[in-house]
Design a protein around this ligand. Structure first.
Ligand code: GLC
Length: 540
């Protein structure tokens, strides 16, 4: 049962925490989270008796940026925006994190830059500028029509007319986020230089933003249409995503990572492309690809199980799964599922995420069951939220300030936070939950500890026990030495799980439960109370 230290690989066996920097902790009272604030709160993550004890943090973009898409519009890949700190702060972060055995993953936004990036300023300045071909420029179609029918993810057409240089340029997000031309080797070299820059400074891995959009078909043909809600979803992205050139580009990126020891990568897939997303994961590709399918599930054991089974079937042996429940682009899962029992449901969801095969990514605040913040229209700052209101209210509700304690603004800042603090923060915060043995936070801490110490939970195979139950999701994780049985009651009614002969013949210890009344199985049956999440380990 003891963690085998020799064999422990941080990104495969550990838990990764998504620190959305702007909202994590503000050290200088400007209302915006920053690197010194993050450093001051590392104990929450690792290195103190009260820590969650995660293995790595992924930090959202901190590069200089006009901030039109909150840092995902980068104006310099090799520096830090002064609002977030400095390169010296970054070096201190690496030092402080590594001292605690905590790794640091950065966000690489390589599909596009800001329109204020010096590369784009030059590219736009004239048609014969040497950087013209660093972006994707095209003449109008006859009749002065845009070059094709492509749509941006954020609403408007993806080709924007530039008066200054009298051509269209491509942008898959805001028009201030022009897409780079990955077919130009100079672009590719400049981006790979940035990768080495951060690796040389001690970065342990990267999250690749919308990586499967990097290449576009060279002729930019029209995409075929399909059914969907927003304009981007009403096209099949056969020409603007998943182009064959992706694989060699990822192989080059991977070979750079492999020059360093124990580095990792995780890709954020965009859109419904025509390549199986899992094909980008493997020995000469990325280490992991996010699976976002949980975010589309309703709260039902069968829905969640189907996602896991499909992902398990589609990943090759060289691929390592990774799951998320929430992130900075999605609604927080406790708001999605929590209803009248947010804490109980948060525990069931946590027990699922942290016992599946694959690396769990936690989104800051989920460890205290932080919900979305309700915002009025005039409080929305996220561009797609402004554009689509009220059909879609944008991503701000899931990006509220971290709730540290009951002091003003939840201990996040001393001035006005960039987004409003959730009104419940006085009750729901890290300090209060540390004091309560039955809190969501303490449940996360126990789950992470259990996972760390159990070979079966980290490495074991995955086998389901329930197939279409309306109440229970249950599965076995198994290594030759150990079995873990996970039993999750998704409902507010008591439930029963029957054990087959093989499972019945084993001796089970209750390793952890969300219910103080839980007990080891007696006979062939496991009784589960309302919203009970229990994990049993076999004992020899
Ligand atoms: C990714 C990011 C999102 C950003 C977009 C454009 O989806 O997660 O926050 O707006 O890419 O960079």
């Amino acid at each position: 049962m003891d963690r085998n230290v020799e064999d422990y690989l941080w990104w495969r066996d550990g838990v990764i925490y998504h620190a959305y920097l702007r909202s994590f902790a503000d050290s200088n009272g400007d209302g915006l989270g920053d690197l010194p604030g993050l450093i001051a709160h590392l104990d929450h993550l690792k290195g103190s008796p009260d820590s969650l004890d995660v293995d790595a943090i992924w930090i959202s973009p901190f590069y200089p940026s006009p901030d039109k898409d909150f840092g995902y519009d980068v104006a310099n890949y090799c520096d830090i925006d002064p609002r977030y700190g400095s390169l010296a702060d970054f070096d201190r972060l690496i030092h402080e994190a590594h001292k605690r055995d905590l790794r640091v993953i950065l966000d690489l936004v390589f599909n596009h830059t800001s329109d204020q990036h010096p590369w784009f300023l030059q590219s736009r300045s004239s048609r014969d500028n040497p950087k013209r071909d660093w972006y994707i420029w095209r003449d109008p179609r006859p009749g002065n029509r845009p070059p094709n029918n492509w749509q941006s993810v954020f609403g408007v057409k993806a080709l924007e007319w530039d008066d200054q240089s009298q051509q269209y340029y491509l942008h898959h997000f805001l028009k201030v986020q022009p897409d780079l031309n990955w077919r130009n080797p100079e672009v590719r070299n400049a981006l790979m230089k940035a990768v080495r820059f951060w690796l040389d400074r001690g970065t342990d891995g990267f999250r690749l933003d919308v990586f499967n959009l990097w290449f576009k078909h060279p002729d930019l043909p029209d995409n075929p249409r399909c059914l969907g809600i927003r304009p981007f979803e009403r096209q099949r992205h056969i020409y603007d995503a998943d182009q064959p050139e992706m694989r060699p580009a990822l192989a080059e990126f991977r070979s750079i990572l492999d020059d360093y020891s124990e580095r990792t990568s995780v890709g954020e897939p965009a859109g419904r492309g025509h390549q199986p997303i899992s094909s980008y994961c493997g020995q000469d590709q990325l280490h992991m690809i996010f699976n976002f399918k949980f975010s589309f599930c309703h709260w039902s054991p069968t829905a969640f199980l189907n996602v896991v089974r499909r992902w398990e079937q589609s990943l090759s042996n060289n691929c390592w799964p990774c799951f998320v429940l929430s992130n900075h682009d999605l609604s927080r899962h406790v708001t999605r599922y929590g209803g009248r029992n947010p804490d109980a449901i948060a525990k069931v969801a946590a027990a699922l995420l942290l016992t599946l095969r694959g690396t769990p990514f936690l989104y800051y605040g989920e460890e205290i069951a932080m919900p979305n913040t309700r915002l009025r229209r005039n409080q929305i700052v996220d561009p797609p939220g402004i554009y689509y209101w009220p059909i879609y209210k944008g991503r701000d509700p899931a990006r509220g300030p971290m709730q540290w304690d009951a002091s003003i603004h939840a201990g996040f800042t001393t001035s006005t936070p960039w987004l409003p603090t959730h009104p419940d923060y006085r009750k729901q915060n890290v300090a209060a939950q540390l004091e309560d043995p039955y809190s969501v936070l303490n449940f996360y801490r126990s789950l992470i500890r259990l996972r760390r110490n159990s070979d079966a939970l980290r490495k074991g195979s995955f086998r389901t026990l329930t197939k279409t139950s309306r109440q229970i999701l249950s599965f076995i994780r198994e290594t030759p030495q150990q079995q873990a049985l996970v039993a999750l009651n998704f409902t507010g009614r008591p439930a029963h799980l029957q054990l087959d002969d093989m499972l019945h013949s084993l001796n089970w210890d209750l390793a952890l439960s969300s219910s103080p009344q839980a007990a080891a199985p007696r006979g062939r049956e496991i009784k589960l109370g309302p919203y009970e999440a229990s994990i049993f380990l076999s004992v020899n």
